[in-house]
Design a protein around this ligand. Sequence first.
Ligand code: GAR
Length: 211
Amino acid sequence: MGEGYLLPRAASIDNPLRIAVLISGGGSGLAALLKYQQEQTRNHNTVLVIADSPDAKGIEHGNRYGIETHGISLPEITDKLQRRIFHEELIHKALVKADIELVVLSGYMRILTPNFVRRWKGRLVNIHPSLLPKYPGAHAHRDALADGATISGCTIHLVDEGVDSGMILAQREVPVLAEDTEFDLQERIKKVEHSLYPEVLDKIAAGEYSV
Ligand code: GAR
């Protein structure tokens, strides 16, 4: 773990990095990224959106911008590991077919198997709504509030074979207020996520990170 990252090429506005965004839910982060890429020509461009269900609300953002968008459901296989592996195989094939150079997890709520991670390691980036290594996993806001945290935030990291444990690229803090509900904290963090993720993608695409 922590090794074997292969970063994408350094791209340019004339030849932007081809990005796929993976989502599970409402896709507010996806919408913010597409707006950013639409405002002016960037060194990265979203050419594929994949949701883990055709019912994911965020799919509409991809459609609105005329981007190739797939809702790929889990296949009906009884064995849970086989089901995940087969699902990831379908995703991998779609990524390869679209010549994807960077996979951006934006509210993608499935843990990817080491098998998938190894194929994309260094070209697979995630945003997590806490200041990692604090509060990894699916309940970051609940855990932060239960812990009495006064500061939380978000982390953008390369994905490795663990859960929310890959190399950290950027973090941004937000205050936690005494009367916050999980929803309040989530919304405050999303606001900073929506500006931080595009900034970090600019840097990745410019070749500014090294591993
Ligand atoms: C974001 O806050 C993101 O950090 C979080 O899900 C939200 C997605 O919101 N991701 C995780 O918790 C990953 N473990 P969105 O669907 O509105 O973009």
